[in-house]
Design a protein around this ligand. Structure first.
Ligand SMILES: [Zn+2]
Length: 320
């Protein structure tokens, strides 16, 4: 090879090498650049997606907020309706009682108040008994068949403390108690026998679940009232409701006010209270209820006995 051609060959090699290096540099630069551009584009589209999802989420949250608000409003309206209904029933029975009482010429001038506790025994029975003892007051417990282990003692305690015990059905399930006359008799017999066995006395008073004027019974209430009366048992409703049966616990002040507000309209006042595990505010209200009654002139708090004037929403034949 001549010097000339050797030089040319070297020149070409250098040139090729240069091209390769430049090409390599271009590739090295453009690869990350391209992937960066791709990433930026991708990020942008993801951002759009995210914005869309956020917008959808916000819209759904708003719908849920609106639904919740509507639900709360409807709930409040239902609660209000229920309270109004209770108030109306209480007022109605108040009017009826006042009506009958104004005809009573034999009234001896003593107002008789009967505190009645439904649905027990419960975890609060012991506390209720303690408070009643503190004020030396006797009350009436319309109990159901509570099978918890500690409860047989509580039925006995009610009687041992000198209070009256009455029946309030065994199951307290409207669908069972009021299904038909046979199932009512079955339930009635069960609570009567259970109490006879547990406390050693057969009770002679009964309170219908929901009262004798309840509108949920699938059986004619007149028929059931007649059955109970024929059994030699007297049923008692109430003319003053503490309002403590509402789903949300009322404040002790409210319960006390409900019990005392219309008390002076009555010669015979039967106050409806509840002894259940969800009614602690009733226990808290009890001392001020008792104090409020004790402060009234010519007023006595008594347990329901066979001599008590029956307060009934639906009058039994015996009373008519
Ligand atoms: Zn009840």
């Amino acid at each position: 090879m001549s010097d000339k051609s050797h030089a040319e060959y070297r020149k070409r090699r250098v040139k090729r090498l240069k091209r390769m290096i430049v090409g390599g540099i271009i590739i090295l630069i453009s690869l990350p650049l391209a992937s960066s551009i791709w990433l930026v584009c991708k990020l942008h589209s993801k951002e759009n997606e995210l914005a869309e999802i956020t917008a959808q989420y916000m819209a759904q949250m708003q719908i849920m907020d609106e639904m919740q608000q509507r639900f709360d409003e409807e709930n409040a309206a239902t609660e209000q309706k229920y309270e109004d209904l209770l108030k109306r029933i209480s007022e109605q029975s108040a009017e009826e009682s006042v009506d009958t009482e104004t005809q009573e010429e034999t009234w001896d001038g003593i107002r008789r108040v009967y505190l009645t506790f439904d649905d027990g025994p419960s975890i609060y029975t012991d506390q209720i008994l303690e408070i009643l003892d503190e004020y030396n007051v006797k009350a009436t417990f319309f109990v159901t068949g509570e099978e918890a282990e500690t409860n047989p003692e509580r039925y006995k305690a009610i009687v041992d403390h000198g209070h009256s015990i009455g029946m309030h059905s065994y199951t307290h399930k409207y669908s069972e108690v009021y299904k038909n006359k046979e199932s009512f008799i079955k339930d009635y017999t069960k609570i009567r026998d259970y109490l006879t066995q547990t406390v050693g006395v057969t009770p002679t008073i009964y309170r219908f679940p929901g009262g004798s004027s309840n509108t949920v019974s699938a059986t004619d209430m007149d028929e059931l009232c007649e059955y109970i009366t024929d059994e030699g048992v007297r049923y008692f409703d109430w003319n003053i409701s503490s309002g403590d049966a509402t789903r949300y616990a009322l404040s002790p002040d409210r319960i006390t006010a409900n019990c005392l507000n219309s008390l002076e309209n009555y010669h015979t006042a039967v106050i409806l209270l509840h002894d259940t595990g969800t009614k602690y505010t009733t226990v808290q209200a009890l001392p001020s209820i008792i104090e409020g009654i004790i402060e009234m002139d010519d007023t006595q708090i008594l347990p329901i006995t066979d001599d008590t004037v029956a307060v009934q929403h639906r009058k039994s034949k015996e009373i008519e």
